[in-house]
Design a protein around this ligand. Structure first.
Ligand SMILES: Cc1cc2nc3c(=O)[nH]c(=O)nc-3n(C[C@H](O)[C@H](O)[C@H](O)COP(=O)(O)OP(=O)(O)OC[C@H]3O[C@@H](n4cnc5c(N)ncnc54)[C@H](O)[C@@H]3O)c2cc1C
Length: 312
């Protein structure tokens, strides 16, 4: 069964979510897949390590026009008679996958979190508070994969790279300006996230949070009131109305664990909570918990992280 995977490789390096999507497509098909991408990224041969036999790239295309990208994916899917089209469930994938599904008359599973079990594909619903298993009855399936749902493969293979030779037409929207929201590891890409809430009392107390994050190679996040009070920038706000993340480890410091916060973080593989209130709701969702004052616990964690880094 032919499978293609559409990934956005616009940045300096191939994003982790792209390597996950290629791995997923490879495991889904049981053999090498065709990866489809665009832009001027180099080193696309490396996608072979994750299961791509071939990469079709639309060089010189750096568009934000979902219609152009849809044409690219549909052209390659039609050329390969693809029965599965896998996308990343990121901003680009979310714009392209439903359009591709419409053009290919395919069923679309948005935000899959696992390989199919028989015919059924698992996905999150109600902001991650429940799971549903969906069956696609059309001959072609479009599946967009949530980040951090599966571990990327690491083989020895390399992929061949081919240039897309079709015509994507003129873009109907143009990118005029990019304002970067912040430095450091982007939250959706982070494997470890150090997050803090109103328990930190004020923005002047974020030094130890940032230091712990730096020592662990983590991104920083925060609860909504912290962003609303401008203690931290809004792009760090996680939860139902913020960013939904699925890191390998989420460390929550001085956050109560309200349902709206949990909705954005409860898919994390491991959750560690530090809170001085033993009755804080977050402990019910935690794998590890420390009942204690953040201002006493944080220096100890920082010391432990420094020791760990010195040993490795
Ligand atoms: C429609 C709607 C959408 C929402 N969306 C979101 C969302 O997307 N994300 C989000 O986060 N919230 C969201 N909220 C708000 C949410 O309901 C909570 O109010 C919010 O998450 C609480 O933030 P907090 O835990 O930082 O603060 P608090 O609820 O004030 O909790 C602070 C915690 O810190 C602990 N603490 C205090 N001092 C210390 C100390 N020295 N050491 C250790 N622990 C300490 C306290 O015991 C407490 O548990 C939403 C609310 C609504 C109504």
């Amino acid at each position: 069964m032919s499978t293609i995977v559409f990934i956005d490789t616009r940045g300096k390096k191939i994003p982790k979510a792209a390597t996950e999507a290629v791995t997923y497509a490879h495991q889904l098909s049981g053999g090498p897949v065709t990866a489809v991408t665009f832009g001027d990224a180099t080193g696309l041969e490396a996608l072979g390590a994750y299961g791509a036999g071939k990469v079709v790239v639309a060089r010189g295309v750096n568009t934000v026009d979902g219609q152009q990208l849809t044409k690219l994916v549909v052209d390659v899917a039609s050329d390969q008679d693809a029965k599965n089209v896998v996308c990343m469930h990121d901003a680009t994938g979310r714009s392209v996958a439903p359009r591709v599904a419409a053009r290919l008359k395919a069923g679309h599973v948005a935000g899959a979190i696992a390989l199919p079990e028989g015919d059924l594909i698992k996905r999150n619903v109600f902001s991650g508070k429940a799971r549903s298993w969906v069956k696609v009855s059309s001959p072609v399936r479009v599946i967009s994969l949530m980040p951090n749902s599966i571990a990327p493969e690491q083989g020895e293979r390399t992929a061949t790279v081919e240039e897309y030779s079709g015509d994507l037409g003129e873009p109907r929207i143009a990118l005029k300006e990019v304002r970067k929201a912040g430095e450091g590891i982007p939250l959706p890409e982070a494997e470890i996230v150090v997050s803090a809430g109103r328990g930190m009392k004020g923005p002047e107390n974020w030094g130890p949070i940032e230091e712990l994050a730096r020592l662990l190679g983590a991104a920083t996040a925060c609860s909504r009131p912290v962003a609303d009070m401008h203690w931290r920038p809004h792009h760090e706000h996680v939860g139902q109305t913020g960013i939904a993340i699925r890191p390998n480890c989420y460390i929550a410091i001085g956050i109560s664990g309200a349902i709206q916060h949990l909705a954005g973080v409860n898919q994390s593989k491991v959750i560690a909570v530090i809170n001085k209130d033993p009755e804080a709701p977050f402990f019910k969702a935690a794998d590890y918990g420390i009942v204690g004052d953040a201002f006493e616990v944080l220096p100890k964690l920082i010391e432990a992280a420094k020791k760990l880094n010195a040993e490795h």
